[in-house]
Design a protein around this ligand. Structure first.
Ligand code: HDE
Length: 683
């Protein structure tokens, strides 16, 4: 794979430690970095040992503060290219020239957990993209959900204090299922829309390659004539939007806490880039006030049925970082990093973010020069009078560092003429100085109801189960009651179903404004389904049917799926025809939750699998329980106790198996009535 422009510049920065002799940081050669300098072989150690002191000192300072939120993350390099010129909408070069390939770096993250927490926790995912454009760096710092918990940046520290581990005992890690989070939610009903998303399967992405991204805020696109349109940014994954189920997510957190990170890394290493299309929702300024929500309110989305998403370009993440710390840990995103042609709106959440990112990075990255780190440095020249500061890397030449100046002919000069430069939209502002929330931000229930109405039966069940789990972990009974009462304002069935699991009867409140609307785009049910890059477990023991395995692996490879052979022991496993296949995993190292589907060929090995290794039966049963495709050929059919139909995703034929890859949520059945009068309607 050809490295892109950014990775080429990073290449130039690389320090290769493969060859040469050991030196100190001063470049002085050393022959021994294993033993400290002592008075006699048994000590004591001498203070003059600068080699020991240097090694320990550097080690003592190897960690930097983790991000105050989004601490756990992983990154990848790639490129972005627009399909057609959008110059009628924006003067941003990278969106105007379809021949331009813009390098990008993306960091995906969870929000609440510490840097070492598990990947598959219930949480929002960050989706931050740095475009290294020819006009400077542009950062689109988004999430995998289209709305946020709060409307005003002023509430952010409260939200994060509430969701992070509780301050007295630092529990629980990377989880919203505790009292302080729900105490904040019930007392801040503007959170409810994002909370509905958080309780949905969207909070458990199967892969970073299979989740959407959203800029959330309303931004502006500005063209060369100075005309603007409002815009919402979307990332649409080409593999569709897919999630884990809760039981699976919890088990993966123990079996492979790097599950999402590993998935991205391995896919890229295997030559399967992560691909996303950039989508735009465009709104004419004349239509700013035509909706029953305020477009400056970050707790609201623009239903795609009202404002369609136009796919305008593609991002391909095709290169793993060389060094996690240098790139993924040190990358610094900031929503204030704009290029000409894109501008902010007055969204009060966005306005606060414009301050917070640079501010936090001054501490995290130790001073004002972190923009000079290779991963943060723009491709274009940086030219200004800023000087000095901690960790200054540039050796600026000349006498002047002020402007205007005559001593250096006023260089660097203000950009002019055809030089690319940023100008803020000339907008008339007026209003009283006031600390108040706009009344147009006041409806906290209609869009959560829209989301709920749009869910499939399975998603509704997931949401109800998630509320029951989360509130079940919340010890304060008043909080549980309060939450169920609030859910009553969204949907009566939802409130009753959640309440039944918590032993709480919803209050009398009916939805303030019954909202029967639904939006197809909000449900994962209608997403793209593809066998590509799905990971299949093939279970074998001595005596398996080789031709059946060959037929299956051929069909899987042709469809772009991947497989791993699992047996009781590593190494060659003998088939009925005496040929062998290599087992790369065992029942000790592998688990059904780490695969998208399972296949077991027929043959005499079934008796071995059943008798000697109950693990195989548990493997198949668990995959079935998590709604995965199950391929059982010939004698293997007995591994599932009851007979199942192809409609349920249980098949034997390779082509049918490939077609069945994906989740079969119909197996979940109808939701158990929570109370005699409650039956969830189908989504
Ligand atoms: Fe962030 N957020 N945020 N945030 N955010 C940070 O900046 C903040 C918000 C998002 O991979 C911090 O460098 C405030 C919305 C992502 O490095 C910090 C508010 C959205 C990342 C910060 C918000 C995001 C961050 C912590 C409310 C989606 C990780 C470390 C006004 C549109 C970026 C850092 C990465 C990181 C502040 C709300 C996305 C503290 C004050 C809304 C993806 O500056």
């Amino acid at each position: 794979m050809q490295p892109n422009q950014k990775t080429q510049t990073l290449e130039a920065e690389r320090t290769c430690h493969a060859g040469g002799h050991l030196t100190t940081n001063q470049g002085v050669g050393v022959a021994n970095t294993d033993d400290s300098l002592k008075a006699g072989a048994r000590g004591p150690t001498l203070l003059e040992d600068f080699v020991l002191r240097e090694k320990l000192t550097h080690f003592d300072h190897e960690r930097i503060p983790e991000r105050v939120v989004h601490a756990r993350g992983t990154g990848a390099h790639g490129v972005f290219q627009v399909y057609e010129s959008l110059s009628h909408l924006t003067k941003a070069h990278f969106l105007s020239d379809p021949n331009l390939v813009t390098p990008v770096f993306v960091r995906f993250s969870t929000v609440a957990g510490s840097r070492g927490s598990a990947d598959t926790v219930r949480d929002v995912r960050g989706f931050a993209t740095k475009f290294y454009t020819q006009e400077g760096n542009y950062d689109l710092v988004g999430n995998n959900m289209p709305v946020f918990f709060i409307q005003d940046a002023m509430k952010f520290p409260d939200l994060i204090h509430a969701v992070k581990p509780e301050p007295n005992n630092e529990m629980p890690q990377a989880a919203s299922a505790h009292d302080t989070f729900w105490d904040f939610v019930v007392n801040t009903p503007e959170t409810l829309h994002n909370v509905m998303w958080l309780m949905s399967p969207r909070a458990l992405p199967r892969s970073f390659r299979m989740m959407e991204g959203f800029g959330i805020h309303t931004f502006k696109l500005v063209n060369a004539e100075g005309e603007f349109k409002f815009v919402k940014f979307h990332w649409k994954p080409l593999l569709g939007v897919h999630s884990l189920v809760w039981d699976e997510a919890q088990k993966i957190a123990g079996k492979d806490s790097d599950f999402n990170r590993r998935d991205l890394w391995n896919s890229i290493e295997a030559g399967n880039p992560a691909e996303f299309e950039l989508g735009l929702q465009i709104l004419d300024p004349r239509d700013e006030h035509k909706f029953d929500f305020d477009i400056l309110d970050a707790t609201k989305l623009w239903p795609e049925e009202l404002v369609p998403v136009r796919r305008v370009g593609k991002m391909t993440l095709n290169q793993n970082p060389t060094n996690f710390f240098a790139e993924t840990e040190q990358v610094a995103f900031c929503p204030a990093n704009l290029v000409p042609g894109i501008d902010f709106t007055d969204d009060p959440l966005l306005q606060g973010r414009l301050f917070s990112y640079l501010d936090t990075q001054l501490t995290r990255l130790g001073g004002p020069n972190f923009q000079q780190l290779p991963i943060n440095r723009p491709l274009v020249a940086v030219n200004n009078n800023q000087r000095d500061g901690q960790h200054q890397m540039a050796i600026s030449e000349g006498q002047t560092a002020h402007s205007p100046n005559a001593l250096n002919k006023n260089e660097p000069h203000p950009a002019r003429g055809h030089e690319s430069y940023f100008t803020h939209m000339a907008e008339k502002l007026e209003g009283n100085v006031i600390r108040e929330r706009s009344a147009s931000f006041g409806d906290h229930f209609s869009q959560p109801a829209l989301f709920w109405n749009s869910m499939s039966a399975f998603e509704k069940k997931h949401i109800v189960d998630a509320f029951r789990f989360e509130l079940g972990k919340c010890m304060n009974k008043a909080t549980r009651q309060h939450l169920v009462d609030l859910l009553g304002h969204i949907d009566t069935e939802l409130a009753r179903a959640v309440g039944a699991g918590l032993g709480v009867t919803p209050g009398k409140a009916a939805p303030a404004k019954p909202n029967p609307a639904s939006s197809k785009a909000l449900s994962m049910e209608h997403t793209v389904k593809s066998p590509k890059t799905q990971k299949i477990a093939i279970l074998v023991a001595k005596g398996f049917d080789r031709p059946q395995v060959d037929a299956m692996t051929k069909a899987l490879c042709a469809a772009g799926a991947q497989y791993e052979v699992i047996s009781a022991m590593l190494g060659p496993v003998e088939a009925s025809d005496k040929s062998t296949v290599e087992a790369g995993q065992t029942f000790a190292t592998a688990s059904s939750v780490l695969y998208d589907a399972v296949y077991v060929p027929g043959g005499s090995h079934i008796d071995v699998l059943k008798q000697q290794s109950g693990d195989a039966m548990a493997f198949v049963a668990e995959a079935y329980g998590h709604f995965k495709a199950v391929g059982l050929t010939g004698e293997a059919a007995c591994l599932l106790p009851l007979s199942h139909s192809p409609e349920e995703g249980v098949v034997g034929d390779p082509q049918q198996f490939v077609a069945a890859l994906g989740r079969h949520y119909a197996r979940a059945g109808v939701m158990e009535p929570a109370a005699p009068e409650v039956v969830l309607r189908k989504g």
